[in-house]
Design a protein around this ligand. Structure first.
Ligand SMILES: [Zn+2]
Length: 445
């Protein structure tokens, strides 16, 4: 566990004194819940069938729902790093599986710890775990793999889910029982990630069983999956979502009434909408559109905001909720004034970026402004433009018909990439450790 930088501690002294001296209201406890691989449209507030996610639906009615929240990347590592720092993956220097979060970057946990918060995390995805330096700033970081492909990292059931939502909620509730207020709790559920193996009680709701190995063989292949198989895959995914919703509800029941709660997805999941399964390869809406719900003492209950917002907006929002200054270098902007009214009224709409990069220099970017979405392979190469209002399924490239819009978005992307300065990492840690992590979760052989 890394010590909080001395400067951060001394800078936070006035806040520590104000907590200790009861001068002014105590800042709220803050709970940041990430649900892996959760498409926005898997939830009731975004059109899923009643009963799909009753607890998240309830949370949405008590808080504000963002109808166009976008992930910065199609996979866990960069997305969670952006959520906890307010910086885009290119600014963090996180391009592929080998890149950890730089030790020099200041995370939410470090800011909150420096301001006198207790800090704890319960995390079930290795890409957001200690090997990728996501434990920086936490007093307690409870990490265990969601699943293990090898017996030395999993436990009794190699290749099967181990740190499932029920166990994650148990660990989070146990930590809350020991934490002093105010606290910052970061929880990461991984259940909707493949393999889709919900507990039998939830699987029974789908009336079908799934040959997991058969569907895994179809990973990233296209076209040759029967409709009947697709229905069963979707049913299993929905059962995982219902299970995690239930367990997340148990955690919500254990929180202080005045806690500020954020629930966010790290990225979505593909079910052959554009020819592929799972995630990590494309920037289509089924991958980028994630749920984002915020609830707290000054949040307008029942609010809906459909201006596009990004995962990078979460960190500045939480800092403002805690009464801390956002740092100038953050790319995100605070959504506090928007959630206080619960409408678009106070929500600016800048360009929002998503990216899929690797160290070889190959890269794909998406730029969103209003209902326009530009997808570019490299900053200047092939581009496609989609009008999501008319064409939410991204079937028709209209770059040739709307050249000025395409040019504006392409320029915005070029400027963003030119201005991005990767955070230096004097202590990059061990790539071997991270490779071991990837082997453990079955991402590499
Ligand atoms: Zn993920």
């Amino acid at each position: 566990m890394k010590d909080v930088p001395h400067a951060a501690v001394s800078g936070a002294l006035p806040i520590l004194l104000s907590i200790a001296g009861c001068s002014g209201p105590e800042p709220p406890s803050i709970v940041l819940i990430v649900i892996d691989t959760l498409r926005a449209d898997a939830l009731e507030p975004h059109g899923a069938a009643p009963g799909s996610s009753p607890r998240l639906d309830e949370l949405a009615r008590e808080g504000v729902v963002f109808d166009a929240a976008l992930g910065v990347s199609p996979w866990t590592g960069p997305s969670v790093a952006s959520i906890v720092t307010g910086m885009y993956p290119d600014e963090l220097g996180i391009h592929d599986f080998r890149d950890a979060m730089p030790s020099s970057v200041v995370t939410l946990a470090e800011r909150f710890s420096g301001a006198g918060y207790s800090t704890g995390a319960v995390v079930s995805n290795g890409l957001a775990g200690p090997a990728y330096r996501h434990d920086q700033g936490f007093e307690d970081f409870h990490f265990r793999h969601y699943k293990g492909r090898r017996r030395d990292v999993g436990d009794e059931l190699a290749g099967r889910p181990v740190f499932t939502a029920d166990r994650v909620s148990d660990a989070a509730l146990a930590w809350i029982g020991t934490a002093t207020s105010p606290f910052f709790l970061h929880v990461h559920y991984t259940d909707p990630h493949e393999p889709y193996l919900p507990p039998p009680r939830w699987l029974a709701r789908t009336s079908e069983t799934l040959d997991d190995e058969a569907i895994l063989e179809k990973r990233f292949t296209s076209g040759d999956v029967a409709e009947e198989m697709l229905d069963r895959v979707r049913a299993h995914y929905a059962a995982e979502v219902a299970f995690v919703d239930h367990e997340l509800g148990r955690l919500l029941d254990g929180l202080p009434d005045d806690a500020f709660v954020v629930v966010v997805g790290d990225h979505g999941e593909e079910f052959l909408e554009h020819g592929g399964f799972f995630h990590g390869r494309t920037l289509f809406e089924e991958i980028l559109r994630i749920p984002l719900i915020m609830k707290g003492p000054d949040v307008a209950a029942g609010g809906r905001i459909d201006v596009p917002v990004s995962q990078v907006d979460i960190a500045p929002t939480l800092l403002e909720v805690a009464g801390l200054d956002a740092m100038d270098e953050l790319s995100g902007r605070s959504l506090v004034s928007a959630i206080s009214v619960g409408s678009n009224a106070r929500t600016a709409s800048p360009h929002i970026f998503s990216m899929l990069e690797d160290r070889s220099g190959s890269a794909r970017y998406a730029v969103r402004s209003g209902s326009w979405k530009l997808v570019a392979d490299g900053p200047t190469e092939t581009i496609r433009l989609y009008d999501l209002e008319r064409d939410p399924g991204e079937t028709e490239d209209v770059a040739g018909r709307h050249t000025s819009i395409a040019t504006t978005l392409q320029r915005a992307l070029g400027q963003k990439l030119r201005l991005s300065v990767p955070t230096p990492d004097e202590d990059p840690g061990s790539e071997a450790d991270r490779e071991a992590e990837l082997r453990a979760i079955g991402y590499i052989e």
